[in-house]
Design a protein around this ligand. Structure first.
Ligand SMILES: Nc1ncnc2c1ncn2[C@@H]1O[C@H](COP(=O)(O)OP(=O)(O)OP(=O)(O)O)[C@@H](O)[C@H]1O
Ligand SMILES: O=P(O)(O)OC[C@H]1O[C@](O)(CO)[C@@H](O)[C@@H]1O
Ligand SMILES: [Mg+2]
Length: 364
């Protein structure tokens, strides 16, 4: 019997379960393969007692429509930075990757499918360099992994953000207000850009195009002076003013290496008020709603394609690679290619041109 281990890493996102189901159902067509899942990313392997779960067809029946992940995930710690408490109460990060690889050998694991975003795939690449048979699957609502046209989870997040814009429009119009919607994406403006175009926002502020407050004011004043009397601003959590910094803070959660983002909508509102903007404003921070709930059809399809392809790459022993979508094909690319260069919005890309073409201001 051969064994493939599946782990989901980083923030959860809609479609994770559909990938797991795709892997399991494809593996079931082979005679001698068993799929097991590590609970909460690779933590399940590193914990004592080991936390793994057999994933057979019965376990994955119908899960492609469910959000979250059947096997849990984490965006803290990990095999290269396992948090250990010191005697003085402080924490240190310990590299347990060699121990984890030994444990996987002991468990008879022939290959690992690591489903995750940029942070998780960096771990995949480092484990591959240490000799582990790893295949990556690109997951994240942020769509910030290159080498693939889209990551799964992104389209669902865009739909949720667009639904929010649609709802904010009616209340903004009723009250003659500016409503500011803050969306996720870390340092990538993909969710904001797509939701702004789909929802017909007036202003879209993204990390890749630092904004000038005067230009934002100009656009908003224009909306009110033309008698329209309301405006919608979509702002990415990683947006920043020209010469300014992102709005973020260090996390005090043990093992959490990322900066915690959030608060940029509130900052923008204050700055606009300080600059003399007089209309009423309200902010909405969409937050984790963007990662919750059921995946839309697009993400279910993409995730299923990724899952089936990932298992076929295991059969081909095509390790150190990541599944990728290059329209119209599902291909394999070197993991290193996917993590070397993040996928950010190019300020001159066609969707920005389209957005500007329908009058959306980026504050530039
Ligand atoms: N397979 C894993 N096992 C253990 N920890 C993991 C694993 N994958 C990720 N992590 C933890 O999560 C961190 C990565 O978090 P990050 O927020 O960068 O996630 P990501 O994979 O880029 O996905 P996303 O950006 O969509 O949340 C790693 O630094 C590590 O602490
Ligand atoms: O769930 P957490 O730890 O608050 O992380 C939030 C971050 O994760 C993501 O949802 C996915 O990377 C980002 O868009 C966001 O900044
Ligand atoms: Mg990431």
């Amino acid at each position: 019997m051969k064994r493939v281990l599946v782990a989901t890493g980083g923030g959860d996102c809609p479609g994770l379960n559909a990938v797991i189901r795709g892997i399991v159902k494809r593996a079931a067509q082979e005679q001698d393969w068993e799929v097991i899942g590590s609970i909460q990313s690779f933590d399940g392997i590193l914990r004592e007692p080991t936390e793994i779960r057999v994933l057979d067809e019965r376990a994955v029946a119908g899960i492609h429509v469910q959000g979250g992940t059947l096997i849990g995930t984490t965006n803290k710690g990990g095999p290269f930075a396992w948090p250990v408490k010191n005697s003085d109460g402080t924490w240190s990060a310990v590299d347990r990757s060699d121990e984890m690889i030994r444990k996987l050998q002991y468990l008879g694991v022939d290959a690992v499918i690591s489903i995750g975003g940029d942070g998780s795939q960096e771990i995949s690449q480092r484990l591959y360099e240490k000799g582990l048979n790893v295949i990556g699957v690109p997951k994240t609502i942020d769509n910030d992994l290159s080498a693939t046209d889209f990551t799964f989870g992104f389209q669902t997040a865009v739909q949720i953000a667009t639904d929010a814009v649609d709802k904010l429009v009616t209340t903004a119009a009723s009250h003659n207000r500016v409503l500011i919607l803050e969306v996720m994406g870390r340092n990538a403006g993909w969710i904001a850009l797509h939701a702004a175009v789909a929802g017909g926002a007036d202003v879209c502020l993204i990390p890749e195009i630092p904004y000038n407050l005067d230009k934002v004011l100009e656009r908003l004043n224009g909306r009110f002076s033309k008698g329209k009397g309301f405006a919608i601003v979509v702002i990415a959590e990683g947006a920043k003013p020209v010469g300014g910094d992102i709005t973020s803070e260090k996390s005090d959660e043990v093992g959490y290496a990322n900066l915690r983002m959030g608060g940029v909508a509130s900052k923008l509102m204050k700055d606009l008020k300080m600059a003399g903007f007089e209309a009423d404003m309200r902010e909405t921070v969409l937050g984790h709603l963007q990662r919750g709930g059921i995946p839309n059809a697009y993400d279910r399809v993409l995730a299923t394609q990724f899952g089936v392809k990932a298992f076929e790459m295991v059969l081909e022993e095509n390790f150190g690679t990541m599944v990728a979508y290059r329209h119209p094909d599902i291909i394999s690319v070197p993991l290193i290619e996917a993590i070397n260069r993040p996928n950010f919005v190019e300020p001159t890309c066609s969707l920005v041109v389209t957005a500007k073409g329908v009058g959306i201001s980026f504050g530039d």
